[in-house]
Design a protein around this ligand. Structure first.
Ligand SMILES: Nc1nc2c(ncn2[C@@H]2O[C@H](COP(=O)(O)OP(=O)(O)O)[C@@H](O)[C@H]2O)c(=O)[nH]1
Ligand SMILES: [Mg+2]
Length: 309
């Protein structure tokens, strides 16, 4: 591993950091070697996940929050994860606007939309977090659409997870539908300039009352107007309070254990599958599928053959 590149990454030089993330996105041996070299220097950054339905204002809020942390003398990086929109059209326009908004602030921002064949997006994001952690960012903000299992996985690996909601859909809580409410450490009703914000906040409070957490931490419900930067200071305070709570109760280490437990299992699943299938010809695979569809053999028998051979 090139030691000059390593020290550039560790000094947080934006170009080197960007290159390193590109490398982990590509995966393979280069990515592995890089992570191996950087890993001993990780573990310091506060990882904050921001999730919620599309259009709730995540990008706007994350930008505002990043700026708030800057005024608090923190070094800040953003990873915007959008599996639904690969690097084209709307996503790119949105990105451009965000980049302009952050120009000159010293905030590092990176969009991630996909990763090739092996690994998957969640793994690429995990590795990018390690790169940013080694690059000595104090705060890493991960923005992701809360609409599916993979995305929830990314958010749940944060030390603090913020779930965003926006008013306007009656008593319906989008996050509840998407199954992401229970991962929230802080709940935010954004677009509080709109009608219904109080009702949405009340619905969230009600839900917390119905499902009391076994932990001592009760997620606060905050209202923000991200577009005007309103309520962002209070949000940063709530995040700080949650992190203090984690620290005082030795829960940060527990969160890290859960994160690496999942990562290791997912990595093993991918690697074992790859190992078992790399020497299987496409025709052989097709023969097995034919055997199953014509009911000559069952999936268990084929799986056993693959595992033994
Ligand atoms: N009225 C209002 N609009 C907002 C607020 N925050 C964000 N928006 C707008 O909501 C739209 C979606 O915001 P965006 O940050 O892209 O949402 P995301 O899809 O969750 O990332 C944009 O047009 C924003 O300008 C807010 O506090 N109030
Ligand atoms: Mg967005």
């Amino acid at each position: 591993m090139n030691s000059q590149l390593l020290s550039q990454i560790q000094n947080g030089e934006p170009l080197a950091v960007a290159r390193a993330i590109t490398r982990v996105e590509r995966g393979g041996n280069d990515a592995r070697n890089l992570i191996r070299a950087l890993f001993p220097y990780t573990g310091r950054a506060d990882i904050i996940g921001v999730t919620g339905a599309p259009g709730t204002g995540k990008s706007t809020l994350v930008n505002a929050l990043a700026k708030e942390f800057r005024t608090r003398e923190k070094r800040v990086a953003i990873i915007a994860v959008d599996p639904s929109s690969p690097f084209t059209g709307g996503a790119l326009l949105g990105d451009r606007f965000r980049m302009q908004d952050l120009a000159g602030t010293g905030i590092f921002i990176r969009s991630m939309a996909s990763r090739g064949q092996l690994g998957g997006l969640a793994a690429a994001v995990s590795d990018a977090i390690l790169v940013l952690d080694a690059a000595q960012f104090d705060v890493i903000l991960i923005e992701t659409v809360g609409a599916g299992q993979g995305e929830v996985d990314i958010a749940k690996h944060a030390h603090t997870t913020i779930v965003l909601e926006a008013p306007g859909l009656g008593d319906d809580i989008q996050a509840l539908k998407a199954g992401i409410l229970e991962i929230a450490d802080v709940l935010v009703v954004n677009k509080a300039d709109r009608d219904g914000a109080n009702a949405t906040a009340a619905a969230l409070e009600m839900n917390l009352n119905l499902n009391p957490d076994k932990n001592a931490w009760r997620p606060p419900v905050l209202k923000t107007i991200a577009l005007q930067g309103k309520g962002i200071g209070e949000l940063a305070d709530a995040i700080a309070a949650h992190q203090k709570y984690l620290g005082e109760n030795h829960l940060r280490a527990k969160k890290e254990a859960a994160r690496f437990n999942d990562e290791l299992r997912e990595l093993l699943q991918r690697e074992l599958l790859h190992k078992k299938l790399q020497n299987v010809a496409a025709e052989q695979w097709q023969t097995w599928i034919d055997e199953i569809t014509t009911r000559r053999r069952d999936v268990y028998a084929i799986a056993e053959e693959i595992l033994n051979g």
